[in-house]
Ligand binder design. Structure first.
Ligand code: KG4
Ligand code: ZN
Length: 339
């Protein structure tokens, strides 16, 4: 008997629905919201409205692509937080009425936990290698930067986190300073491919232990660009690729230093990365190379599971379903991490 879980993700600006049969993916539909592009960031009110428009077609398409009807679903899992409250409300309300209408369990999922559990989504052949417990996961997204010790599917401990900006925010803010569109991470990644990462250097923060800081880097980048523009108003255009490669090199360097420290501290050599910034090509390459050199076992997610998606919500829902960890109709979204 297969367990079919419908996952719903609406924490920020992607409306997504996915269907899993046990731990295997049948469908994962994501509707991106283009409406924010011209504002240089996500506008919460516009995001909620777009979620309202997208949610029914996205769920419908997921069910059609999965080849099942809604009566076959065993449970519906939704992102309860963290994220934008208005956005979360759309997914939460939809999931509640869906579970009520079908008489199936409702499962609440933490978005950050889901990013990590995306590593357990299995392909059709069941041949994808998955981490074994305990392992470390560097979760790097637009809102969070954490090193998490994963003891079991649903048992995690945060052993390091950012004290100010997230890694994705560092990419997005640097891109904004360079006049690049939002979200800036993928744009910097692309432009950096033709740039020299050693052309410009920026100071790494000196933060003890496993915590991170990115706000100082952003300020020094901002002042550097401001000063250079005073000397040459075309400075950015002339050096765009090198600027992107250099800032990316520092951000990834900060992340890699802390992973190495976490391995030294815990003795754990199974390392995963998760979240939007884990799509970054330098991050992926550096982790792979360091893993080979240091004899670590590394887990790099498929690009489709790095940024926000409902397949990760459905897999987290599946493990909660096995434990009969169900939510009730009073569950309300939360904006900040509860872990
Ligand atoms: O996990 P995610 O989709 O949403 C949050 O939960 O925040 O992460 C979005 C973040 C954005 O800051 C975006 O710029 C960054 O991930 N990102 C990247 C890349 N792709 C997405 N950053 C660097 N390089 C990329 N290729
Ligand atoms: Zn995310």
């Amino acid at each position: 008997m297969k367990t079919y879980i419908l996952g719903i993700e609406s924490s920020c600006d992607d409306t997504s629905a996915a269907v899993l049969a046990n731990n295997k993916i049948l469908a994962n539909i994501i509707a991106n919201q283009e409406v924010h592009r011209k504002y240089g960031g996500v506008v919460p009110e516009l995001a909620s409205r777009a979620h309202q428009q997208n949610i029914i077609p996205v769920v419908n398409t997921a069910l059609i692509n999965a080849g099942i009807n809604k009566q076959q679903l065993n449970a519906v899992a939704f992102t309860r937080g963290p994220g934008l409250l208005g956005s979360l409300l759309v997914g939460t309300s939809f999931a509640k009425s869906f579970s009520l209408g079908l008489g199936i369990p409702l499962i609440e999922v933490d978005h950050l936990q889901a990013h990590i559990l995306a590593h357990f989504i299995q392909n059709n052949e069941g041949s994808r290698p998955v981490p074994s417990f305990p392992f470390l996961c560097l979760t790097i997204s637009g809102g969070h930067t954490q090193i998490v010790l994963i003891k079991d599917y649903l048992q995690t401990e945060i052993i390091g986190k950012t004290i100010d900006d997230a890694a994705g925010e560092a990419f997005d803010k640097a891109a904004k300073i360079l006049g690049l569109p939002y979200p800036g991470g993928p744009v910097i990644d692309r432009l950096a491919a033709d740039g020299d990462p050693y052309r410009f250097s920026f100071p790494k923060p000196k933060i003890a232990g496993l915590n991170f800081s990115f706000s100082g880097l952003k300020t020094s980048f901002l002042y550097f660009i401001r000063d250079e523009l005073l000397k040459d108003s075309n400075f950015i255009q002339k050096n765009l690729n090198d600027l992107c490669a250099s800032i990316q090199h520092v951000i990834v360097g900060i992340l890699m230093d802390k992973i190495e420290e976490a391995v030294r501290k815990t003795g754990i050599k199974e390392i995963a990365i998760a979240g939007g910034v884990s799509a970054n090509s330098l991050m992926r390459n550096r982790l792979k190379e360091t893993g080979e050199a240091m004899n670590w076992k590394v887990f790099i997610p498929e690009v489709q599971f790095t940024t926000d998606n409902a397949a990760m919500i459905a897999i987290a829902g599946y493990y909660k379903y096995l434990k009969k960890d169900f939510a009730d109709q009073r569950a309300v979204p939360y904006a900040r991490s509860q872990l």
